[in-house]
Design a protein around this ligand. Structure first.
Ligand code: HAM
Length: 418
């Protein structure tokens, strides 16, 4: 039998897994700097959560959910995204029940599942980090989520990314705009792609971000939400732009940016990278002021984003070349017979002092051990030779300079080599 990982999934193997560790560390560091708390929710939820939360007409829910019935007969879904789960959890545990309650959550390398057509940067199991701020209506909160994402990309050395910004208004302005948009699209029906003709009926906003060139010509001349905002919506958008300018964050207002999930209101945004192919969104997010109420909680404004880790890894590998295993501090090469106790004591002493140590586990020759030390890019090699050991000594070789010195075993087991 030829067993393989399911289509659209990927084993994350070393050395690439070191990149993942680095990204997770950076996200944790940034979360600490911003004072965000980590949240972890179940990988599967009742499918009703996503149907109600993300929207029945979104692609994610209508076509891409991994559904199964559990033995109790309840329909479950592998989570396609985390916003609905975070909101469910906050309502269930009364985290936003008090007036003025504010939660700043983040998640890191969380697996998500969407039955999509796999291609570069698009998988069926993928991972997201992201943030959800529950309880803040101010554009300062929108700015904070954007600044969080940018801090992660900056720390990883990203250069070629762009913030695309739009507003979808609140429900009132959106309804008016939507009916004008539908009328305009109906007038141009013949020129639309089959996909967009279908979308026009159940999710007309999505026609605007179609990748089809003919649709894009129509979308460019479509009525813009920006001409339909009420005062509250346009004040919010203007204020956010002022804050972005103050923070030195460049953006491009993109009236065709509508996002694929139904819960957004007012601010929506994406960071895109020119180092990615057609799936160029590094992350996406926005405000969802109606979602908490819609899922049974108190009326609470909220904003957040999520970022694909696989796409981040693609860009990092493009920038840096293939991932490499990080160098180790010390390799202990054993020549002497009966040196196991010395080997074990040295290794644990040096590790306790904070340096990384490896040694051979296969009984290989001295030459093979030195080759191994080279392959592992060990900065130092400790050699336990027969003559030295008889005198209670070992040899320390600096692999960068080639310099060697003999030292007592007791001193070697306290070495700090990092
Ligand atoms: P989303 O735009 O569906 O938003 O996904 C966010 C990011 O996840 C995308 O920009 C992309 O980097 C990554 N992503 C999505 N689908 C795939 C896939 N099939 N393969 C690889 N990467 C993918 C959300 O999920 C919202 N929950 C974001 C949000 C949080 N809005 C408010 N709060």
């Amino acid at each position: 039998m030829n067993l393989k990982a399911p289509r659209g999934t990927k084993d994350i193997l070393p050395p690439e897994s070191y990149l993942w560790l680095e990204i997770e560390q950076v996200v944790d560091d940034v979360a600490r700097l911003f004072g965000f708390d980590e949240i972890r929710t179940p990988i599967f939820e009742s499918s009703a959560l996503f149907k109600r939360g993300v929207g029945e007409t979104s692609d994610i829910v209508s076509k891409e959910m991994y559904l199964f019935s559990d033995k109790g007969g309840e329909e479950m879904a592998l989570r396609p995204e985390l916003t609905a789960s975070v909101v469910r959890s906050a309502i269930e545990h009364n985290l936003i029940s008090q007036q003025g309650a504010l939660q700043r959550f983040y998640y890191n390398s969380a697996p998500m599942f969407r039955y999509e057509r796999p291609q570069m940067g698009r998988q069926r199991q993928f991972h997201q980090f992201g943030v959800e701020v529950l309880g803040a209506a101010s554009p300062l909160a929108d700015l904070q989520t954007i600044a969080f994402g940018i801090a992660v990309y900056n720390r990883l050395g990203f250069k070629n990314f762009l913030l695309k910004l739009n507003t979808l208004g609140s429900e009132g302005s959106r309804t008016k705009w939507r009916s004008e948009l539908v009328a305009y699209l109906r007038d141009n029906l013949d020129a639309l792609s089959d996909d967009s003709k279908r979308r026009l009926e159940d999710n007309p906003l999505r026609v605007l971000d179609s990748k089809n060139p003919a649709d894009q010509v129509i979308a460019a001349k479509a009525p813009s939400i920006l001409d339909h905002l009420d005062t509250g919506d346009s004040d919010h958008f203007e204020e956010l732009k002022v804050l972005l300018d103050a923070a030195g964050i460049k953006y491009e207002v993109t009236p065709t940016l509508v996002r694929g999930l139904d819960y957004y209101s007012r601010t929506v945004y994406e960071l895109t990278s020119s180092d990615l192919g057609s799936q160029d969104a590094l992350c996406g997010g926005g405000r969802y002021d109606g979602l908490i109420k819609q899922l049974g909680g108190p009326e609470t404004p909220a904003v957040g984003f999520a970022a694909g880790v696989e796409r981040l890894v693609i860009v990092l590998q493009k920038m840096r070349g293939a991932a490499e295993r990080p160098a180790i501090d010390c390799y202990i090469a054993v020549q002497a017979e009966n040196a196991r106790k010395t080997l074990i004591d040295l290794a644990s002493g040096i590790r306790n002092a904070g340096s990384s140590v490896m040694y051979d586990l296969q009984g290989r020759s001295m030459k093979a051990q030195m080759r191994d030390a080279d392959r592992l890019k060990s900065r130092f090699v400790l050699i336990i030779g027969s003559d030295e050991l008889a005198r209670g000594e070992v040899t320390l070789k600096n692999m960068q300079t080639g310099e060697q010195r003999v030292l007592p075993v007791a001193e070697a087991s306290n070495l700090k080599l990092s």
